[in-house]
Design a protein around this ligand. Structure first.
Ligand code: T1G
Length: 699
């Protein structure tokens, strides 16, 4: 065996036990160990059946993604799955936790699949720019049918044990939690049945006519969507091969497509994004800090953000106290949360029971004193420093010692908020992104005096509510919004110079953003930014007026008012170009003495993206972000940066930092604007790249 695969015999049952923490990934030594153990079991006449199970918290969670950047090492996973299926002695997969990717493929190649009731099943390869590469696209459709196979393989949908049993993916849901005992109990009957008729690869596709129709419908949907990612297209091609060919030919097609994906930039970008998220929570200075337990949460402010934050915690099983100083606002917020869960039940996303349990965890108060024993308070009030400081002063008065006082502020100074309390060590920023119960990013904003315990508690909390926590420093806009506040003025200027908002947005969506800058501004509400700019102007800051201010002053607030940069038909959130907005923009240009010029798409792409890269390097220079991959995570998970490009900084390096710096330098020369002043870190990175190029060329 190998150090991660153990072999044992229990009467006539051989047990192959995999122990490769943390997720039993199918590394080379695990693949080799399984093959050796299988050979031993087949050679032992005392053995009549073979159980395959895993130690730790989960069944195999897939191939070892870290190996994909290295030359392939035998045995390949298809060799392992084909050897399992070819076994003359029944192989029984005993599944707990999540059987994902190659792990599910191992189970599909087995002759029987038994699962605990909490087990889940998925083919997440498509989220890594891959396709299942060890028979999954050929066996899954044969076992559960093409419709469900498309859901799982093309869309990466996971299913639970009940759904797996109902679809025929799983033969039995185990009553007890002892996988081994269950296997021993079932072994005699399974041995009698043997392997005849249990090999999935020889089955034909169920309901072939419906299968083909479903396949064609998905293919036309994909063509119509204009989606850019290749992996979903390749997944569908592999499933079509399962419908049209015998297993061996289909498996050949699958392998060819898998290898094509494995070498793609799309996969490399998505694999970078996957590991960047996991790197973000590895923070050396917190290695010895112990997170405090959080058993109760209060959310201050029953507005849109407060509701989303409350739902995030309720969904993760936390009891939540929703607080507002206004009775009507509080009731409106509670109703909105209740309606959210009703909608989830109506859409089949939640059972009525689960929804009721979550709502049961919600209470409310108008009284600060009711917060005295709460472990974590998240303030989600209006973006006003004066109001936030008053709130934190009250929290300091009523909350128990050691309670964490967090602000959901999206831009304001955490130190100034903390200074309104006598417990700056317990004050931190928890910056959620709207809609707070959907967006995965949580910027954990640290003040000068925030303690390591508070930081560690906040990072652990992020994971416990299914967020991707990124620890960031304290500056205006922190990391994500600070970069956004560079892109927005650039986009506004491009329109002032002659581009249309639609052209700027199209360039961004063609790059891969789900929404353009101005469609996003309309969604957030143009008045939000306007209020912040006005507050900065009133505090004496020089904030130039723009045509966006003019739109707000004409009552065009975005989707919420039916018109902003674009207009919106009732009940239709799709932005439509609006002559009135274009007229106001033209009038603004005239008033500014600007003669509109033709603006090329390439200029829009460069100016909007390169100003973000330059600001990102300045953020790194100031230590507000810990590393480039943290910035990738922030923009991937908080702003829809296309993760198949890896992330802002990963993409910039592939785009070429020397070229980016050259363009930034010329824009700085043309404008003298400080956002185009080259960042020190960018200059250093280009020097380093030039040095590396020189040394590698001279050998
Ligand atoms: N390979 C290598 N490392 C992995 C891994 C994998 N497949 N999955 C997780 N890890 C590491 C991760 O980097 C982290 O490491 C630790 O495990 C805990 O992960 C041929 C081609 C299983 C649901 O895509 O979805 O099979 O930071 O923090 O939140 O057809 O990990 O501790 O050093 O995410 O409890 C398909 C990806 C691969 C599954 C657990 N499988 N993983 O979530 O823990 S391709 C996947 C996950 C494939 C075959 C194809 C999640 C999880 P570290 P974690 P978690």
């Amino acid at each position: 065996m190998t150090s991660q695969v153990y072999y044992e015999r229990h009467q006539s049952l051989a047990v192959i036990r995999i122990n490769n923490p943390p997720v039993n990934a199918l590394s080379q030594s695990v693949r080799e160990g399984i093959l050796h153990a299988l050979e031993e079991a087949l050679a032992d006449d005392r053995i009549s059946a073979i159980g395959l199970l895993c130690e730790g918290r989960t069944f195999i969670a897939g191939a070892d993604i870290r190996e994909f950047s290295q030359p392939p090492q035998a045995p390949s996973l298809p060799e392992v799955t084909n050897a399992i299926e070819a076994s003359e002695k029944p192989v029984i997969a005993l599944i707990h936790g999540t059987a994902l990717g190659g792990g599910l493929e191992i189970a599909l190649a087995s002759h029987y699949r038994l699962a605990t009731k909490g087990a889940r099943f998925g083919m997440p390869e498509v989220n890594l720019g891959l396709i299942p590469g060890a028979g999954g696209t050929q066996r899954l459709p044969r076992l559960v049918g093409v419709p469900l196979a498309i859901e799982m393989i093309v869309h990466g949908r996971k299913i639970d044990a009940e759904q797996a049993y109902a679809s025929g993916l799983v033969d039995e849901i185990l009553k007890g939690d002892s996988l081994l005992q269950s296997c021993l109990d079932l072994c005699p009957s399974l041995t009698n049945i043997g392997v005849a008729g249990r090999r999935v690869s020889v089955r034909s596709i169920p309901k072939p006519v419906e299968a083909l129709a479903c396949l064609e419908a998905e293919e036309s949907r994909m063509r119509a969507s204009g989606a850019k990612r290749q992996a979903p297209v390749q997944c569908l091609r592999a499933i079509r091969a399962a419908v049209e060919h015998v297993f061996a030919e289909g498996a050949r097609v699958e392998r060819e497509l898998f290898l094509e994906c494995k070498g793609s930039d799309e996969h490399l970008g998505l694999a970078h994004a996957f590991f960047a998220e996991r790197r973000a929570i590895k923070i050396p200075e917190l290695a010895h800090a112990n997170p405090e337990p959080i058993r109760s949460v209060a959310v201050l402010g029953a507005g849109t953000m407060g509701r989303g934050i409350a739902i995030s915690f309720l969904d993760a099983g936390f009891p939540v106290c929703l607080f507002d100083i206004d009775q009507a606002a509080l009731e409106k917020g509670l109703n909105a949360i209740s309606k959210h869960y009703d909608r989830s039940v109506a859409k089949g996303r939640l059972s009525r029971e689960a929804a009721d349990n979550r709502i049961h965890g919600l209470n409310s108060t108008l009284n600060y004193d009711a917060l005295s024993d709460i472990d974590l308070i998240v303030e989600a009030a209006i973006e006003s420093m004066q109001i936030k400081c008053a709130i934190f002063k009250e929290l300091d008065r009523v909350c128990r010692p050691g309670a964490i006082l967090a602000s959901n502020t999206s831009t304001l100074d955490i130190d100034q908020i903390a200074a309104s309390t006598g417990r700056a060590a317990d004050v931190i920023g928890l910056h959620f992104f709207s809609p707070a119960n959907i967006m995965r990013l949580l910027e954990v904003v640290t003040g000068t005096n925030t303690s390591n315990t508070t930081k560690a508690t906040a990072m652990a909390l992020a994971k416990s509510i299914g967020k991707v926590g990124v620890l960031v420093g304290n500056c205006y806009g922190f990391v994500g919004n600070r970069i956004l506040y560079r892109r927005l003025p650039e986009a506004i200027s491009l329109v002032t110079e002659g581009a249309t908002p639609e052209q700027v947005d199209r360039v961004m969506t063609e790059f891969g953003f789900p929404m353009g800058q101005f469609a996003m501004s309309d969604l957030a509400g143009l008045d939000v930014g306007y209020r912040a700019r006005e507050e900065r102007r009133q505090s004496g800051e020089e904030v130039p007026r723009s045509w966006l201010d003019v739109l707000v002053e004409h009552g065009r607030l975005g989707q919420k008012s039916g018109a902003g940069v674009y207009r919106y038909e009732a009940g239709d959130r799709r932005p439509k170009e609006d002559e009135e907005a274009l007229r106001l923009i033209a009038a603004f240009r005239e008033a500014q003495g600007v003669v509109p010029r033709r603006v090329e798409d390439s200029e829009i792409r460069e100016r909007c993206l390169y100003v973000m890269v330059n600001e990102a390097f300045k953020i790194l220079d100031e230590g507000v972000a810990r590393c480039e991959s943290d910035i990738d995570v922030v923009w991937n998970c908080g702003y829809g940066f296309p993760a198949d490009k890896g992330g802002l900084m990963y993409w910039a390096r592939k785009e070429g930092l020397p070229f980016i710096l050259e363009r930034i330098r010329s824009l700085y020369g043309e404008t003298g604007l400080e956002q185009w002043q080259p960042a020190r870190g960018l200059l250093a990175a280009v020097d380093q790249a030039n040095f590396d190029a020189t040394t590698s060329s001279t050998g």
